[in-house]
Design a protein around this ligand. Structure first.
Ligand code: NDP
Length: 305
């Protein structure tokens, strides 16, 4: 069976299975990359305020000439705006040059308190991040529900939410998150998190599918073997893995050839999927993104999942 091109969110809207990632895409390059992607088969862009390039992403969207309603745009509430979702959203909408988002995510389940060191990545005098541990994530979610109900965003979700955090959110949510965007690849398949999210109707999105900067996962011999067998690149295996698993995938590239090839999803056999799903349990478990504010978010046992 041909792999899905879209998945359905729990509010009934469709989301394209592949989206273009924009993290670490220099402002000078991302405009061209976004415009090129939209003119060459993509209809889904993954942005965030903290990436510092939303303005250029927005310019790329305009350059493409593709009508706004044909594009699925995601962005993320940065940690320093957790106490004022409307303000964070306003900044993002202005930067992107659009009056609504298709999906808005809480970027991390952590509030950072701005101080004179930085507005976006504040640190304490001892160098630790200026995290407000007393902040109630349910209050951030309540404000997310408000902007959703006001129609400023068509769907809301979370990112980097582990099961303990989701269990807390569940106690108060009146809108179930549509999406949980997390690091996901054969070395971090997060089977327990996927089961939990499947059970609650929350769609997973895979970030860093190639292992992030420099695409290090492509060098793995087991991935290369599956690529050779299917006569495709290792990147195609790593990206297609997610869509075959019912998960949205967000590969980032600023290179035109790679932008095109990354959107070509291949069907993978049950045998190949079993191998990919089992690699982490065979000693290859690896988490790549470990920001100072993310390590203690209930991910401590991630290597067992
Ligand atoms: P990816 O796993 O997508 O890897 C990107 C790297 O791989 C870049 O160096 C890119 O270089 C290279 N690359 C892309 N395609 C190929 C290919 N076909 N062959 C060889 N190399 C390739 O990394 P990201 O960490 O950027 O994750 C993807 C997206 O997920 C982000 O851009 C962002 O939108 C989202 N994300 C969300 C996070 C969150 O906290 N919610 C955290 C991290 C990411 P080049 O550009 O030169 O092609």
């Amino acid at each position: 069976m041909a792999p899905a091109t879209h998945f359905k969110l729990n509010n009934g809207t469709q989301i394209p299975a592949v989206g273009l990632g924009t993290w670490r895409s220099e402002p000078g390059q991302v405009r061209q990359a976004v415009s090129f992607a939209l003119k060459n088969g993509y209809s889904h862009i993954d942005a965030a305020l903290i990436y510092g390039n939303e303005h250029e992403v927005g310019q790329g969207i305009k350059d493409s000439g593709v009508p706004r309603e044909k594009i699925f745009i995601t962005s993320k509430l940065w940690n320093t705006h957790q106490n004022n979702v409307a303000e964070g959203l306003k900044k993002t909408l202005e930067a992107l040059g659009t009056d609504y988002l298709d999906l808005y995510l809480i970027h991390w389940p952590v509030r950072l308190v701005p101080n004179e060191s930085s507005a976006l990545l504040p640190v304490n005098p001892d160098g630790t991040r200026s995290v407000d541990r007393s902040w109630d994530q349910n209050e951030t979610w309540r404000q997310m529900e408000e902007v959703y109900k006001a129609g400023k965003v068509k769907a809301i979700g979370v990112a980097n939410w582990s099961i303990p955090y989701l269990e807390e959110l569940k106690k108060k949510w009146t809108v179930v998150p549509a999406v949980n965007q997390v690091e996901l690849h054969p070395f971090l398949p997060q089977h327990a998190l996927k089961d939990w999210c499947d059970k609650h109707g929350i769609l997973l999105e895979a970030y860093s599918p190639l292992g992030s900067e420099g695409a290090p996962l492509m060098a793995d011999p087991a991935i290369q073997e599956i690529a050779k067998k299917n006569n495709v690149s290792a990147a195609a295996v790593l990206i297609s893995y997610h869509v075959n698993r019912g998960v949205v995938v967000l590969p980032k590239s600023i290179n035109e050839n790679r932008i095109v090839s990354n959107s070509q999803i291949i069907p993978l056999s049950t045998e190949d999927m079993d191998v990919l799903n089992g690699l982490a349990a065979q000693g290859k478990a690896k988490r790549i993104n470990t920001p100072l504010f993310g390590w203690d978010l209930g991910f401590e046992d991630w290597y067992k999942q």
